[in-house]
Design a protein around this ligand. Structure first.
Ligand SMILES: NC(=O)c1ccc[n+]([C@@H]2O[C@H](COP(=O)([O-])OP(=O)(O)OC[C@H]3O[C@@H](n4cnc5c(N)ncnc54)[C@H](OP(=O)(O)O)[C@@H]3O)[C@@H](O)[C@H]2O)c1
Length: 342
């Protein structure tokens, strides 16, 4: 189970002899599932074999999930060192001295004394409240500036120095932002967690991360059909209905969700699918360890890419920005459209 099956992945875990599972479980309830439901699913997932959990302070469920980890340890289901527990720094905690405070709160909530991985959730300090609506914007939202980001990143590096976190990483980073950040890091990011699924494969970012030794973690690997309304548009693709996936799923007698996950791990990125339903999360886990896709099926899915970003992140737009595309640096340079410093 606990093996780096794909040779494309850097051997991040070999330093201390621990390997990283090729699938994790997402824990964001999408403003739909209660904290207690997500926590119950984490316990079920541990029983089903999952060892990697993708969490975040912003998901508002770390206290409940912490209780579940303790329960799992007490019941002898798993030992702490067998789990790979990841959390993320929320956007309102980027400032001076705030990173260690945020991490300590997460450790307290999770009832742990270290994290396996801690990521900067978004590359700017643009806060939105839980359950934000489609038109919510924060008046202090800003575009990305490398010096501001590095002031946060040096605090992340210090967490590794202090033995509180094993690996640090980023999330929602584009190539132009990584190009500015990577040369300045004393400790480079081990992960970049971004949206990746068959309809949004991000081939250039995937390749760039691999070249740079940054492990791509894939969020919304099933196309996030239950994502909050703030991230939807009427033209969005429904991933489970992509004809190529439906056809391949039929051949394997499985749901298209499982084809998404097989494709992810065989391609070489680590998916963190979410579900609170036991049958779904159990199937998701088993799918990546059995009945692989053929090379031809992998090629069909590669060609089916629609370049369709589903998680738009428009709630993070700064005053003056035009639309959500400004978040994602589509012209290959850092996009600060409409930004005027006061
Ligand atoms: N770093 C970031 O900024 C970021 C952003 C977004 C998400 N994430 C992480 O990524 C995780 C997953 O993303 P996500 O929740 O957006 O989307 P997802 O994993 O792509 O989709 C989740 C939905 O897929 C359905 N599903 C799951 N397994 C299935 C199966 N075997 N068969 C049929 N349907 C299945 C479930 O629908 P039902 O609920 O209807 O069963 C579930 O709600 C999150 O939980 C979070 O940890 C990170």
């Amino acid at each position: 189970m606990d093996i780096l099956r794909n040779a494309n992945l850097p051997e991040v875990t070999s330093k201390d002899g621990k390997s990283l599972p090729i699938i994790g479980m997402g824990t964001f309830g999408n403003d739909k599932y209660k904290s207690s439901e997500v926590a119950a699913a984490v316990l079920g997932a541990i029983k089903a074999g999952y060892r990697f959990f993708d969490g975040a302070a912003a998901y508002g469920n770390e206290e409940d999930i912490g209780r579940v980890y303790q329960q799992a340890f007490a019941q002898g289901l798993v030992k702490r060192e067998e789990l790979f527990i990841l959390s993320k720094l929320w956007n309102d905690m980027h400032g001076p001295g705030k990173v260690i405070a945020a991490l300590k709160k997460t450790l307290k909530d999770l009832q742990l004394d270290y994290l396996d991985a801690y990521l900067v959730h978004w590359p700017f300090p643009n806060y939105h409240a839980p359950g934000a609506g489609i038109d919510d914007r924060h008046p202090d939202a800003r575009p990305f500036f490398v010096d501001e980001f590095m002031a946060t990143w040096t605090q992340m590096e210090a967490l590794v120095d202090a033995g509180l976190v094993r690996y640090i990483g980023v999330s929602n980073m584009t190539i132009p932002k990584l190009r500015e950040v990577l040369p300045l890091c004393r400790r480079r990011p081990v992960f970049n967690e971004v949206e990746m699924h068959p309809a949004f494969q991000q081939p250039e970012l995937f390749r760039y991360c691999q070249e740079q030794g940054v492990i791509p973690l894939a969020y919304s690997p099933l196309g996030s059909a239950e994502r909050p309304a703030r991230d939807t548009e009427v033209t969005d693709i429904e991933v489970f209905k992509m004809s190529e996936l439906v056809e391949i799923a039929k051949r394997h007698s499985v749901h298209p969700a499982l084809v998404c996950l097989k494709w992810a791990t065989q391609r070489g990125h680590i998916p963190v699918p979410f579900s609170v339903k036991e049958s779904e999360y159990t199937d998701n886990y088993k799918a990546v360890y059995s009945d692989p896709l053929s090379e031809e099926e992998m090629r069909i899915i590669e060609k089916a890419d629609k370049g369709d970003r589903l998680i738009k992140a428009k709630v993070f737009l700064w005053p003056g920005a035009k639309d959500w595309r400004n978040i994602w640096d589509l012209e290959g340079v850092i996009d600060r459209t409409g930004w005027k410093e006061n």
